[in-house]
Write a protein that binds this ligand. Structure first.
Ligand code: ADP
Length: 254
């Protein structure tokens, strides 16, 4: 087996919000290059805060996050923009531009590489070809010329995946990407996400609150309970006892 290569190292990460909520209470784990890591945990466990800290959207209180050798904490200006290019993001609410065509939404992933030319829509032939090819791999070739608001929720999320892949990130963070989709669309979106990240050799960190999806699509799972890592292992290790610990911890205390 190939030696595991650490792409992201999180050490003793703490994050408190004004008002005193400690969302992350000393979180440490590694993310290996090429894996799909799922973060599971109940609502309020700190999953979203963790992802926002990794791409520098949220400042950490203490500890460290190193992405491909670069400390995220304190990055500013050009270096922070580079991090945001290296770290793609997918949200529960899709965050695509509804009045634009599907292909244009996918091309938005190239914006950081173009500056003003991108704003004017002056993308290269190669990038347009690549956007079409990626959309086709996500089974959206019939939708490329449609406005995004004509798509179903699952299709919209696949457009968001295409846009993120066009960005050529080292890491893709997906924050509850299927929370607003029905079970059929959810499985499809996670299946496509897993497949395309493998094909493009992109490391992915996906937060989910549904254990079944985590088991089906994760290479490895981290469990968070009230800001603390309470599980780390493969999908096969996430047994009933581990789930009990993750979700019903407080009920076991006397
Ligand atoms: P999850 O994504 O697992 O549902 P979050 O990361 O959203 O959890 O939230 C973790 C904890 O931090 C919760 O107690 C939540 O209320 C709190 N929290 C999240 N964002 C903020 C914020 N901007 N201001 C204050 N508290 C916050």
């Amino acid at each position: 087996m190939k030696q595991k290569d650490v792409l992201i190292k999180i050490s003793d990460l703490k994050k408190s919000f004004p008002g005193g909520t400690e969302a992350l209470k000393g979180v440490s784990f590694d993310v290996y290059r090429g894996e799909l890591l799922v973060i599971v945990g109940a609502s309020g466990a700190g999953k979203s805060t963790l992802l926002r800290c990794i791409n520098g959207l949220s400042a950490i209180s203490s500890g460290s996050i190193v992405v491909d050798g670069i400390e995220v904490n304190g990055l500013k200006g050009k270096k922070l923009r580079q991090l945001r290019t290296d770290v793609g993001m997918i949200f529960q609410s899709f965050n695509i531009v509804n009045r634009k065509r599907v292909i244009d939404n996918a091309l938005h992933g190239r914006l950081a590489y173009y500056g003003l030319r991108g704003v004017l829509g002056l993308y290269s032939f190669e990038d347009k070809k690549k956007a079409f090819e990626i959309l086709a791999r996500l089974d959206l070739e019939k939708q490329v010329a449609k406005r995004a608001d004509q798509l179903s929720g699952g299709q919209k999320q696949r457009v968001a995946i295409a846009r993120a892949i066009m960005q050529e990130p080292k890491v893709l963070l997906a924050d509850e990407p299927v929370a607003s989709l029905d079970p059929g669309a959810s499985s499809k979106v996670l299946g496509y996400l897993h497949k395309i990240c493998q094909e493009e050799d992109i490391t992915a960190i996906v937060s989910l609150h549904q254990i079944d999806y985590a088991r089906n699509y994760a290479d490895r799972i981290i469990g968070l309970t009230e800001g603390v890592v309470t599980f780390e292992g493969g999908p096969e290790d996430l047994d009933d006892e581990a789930i009990q610990e993750l979700y019903f911890n407080e009920e076991e205390e006397e």
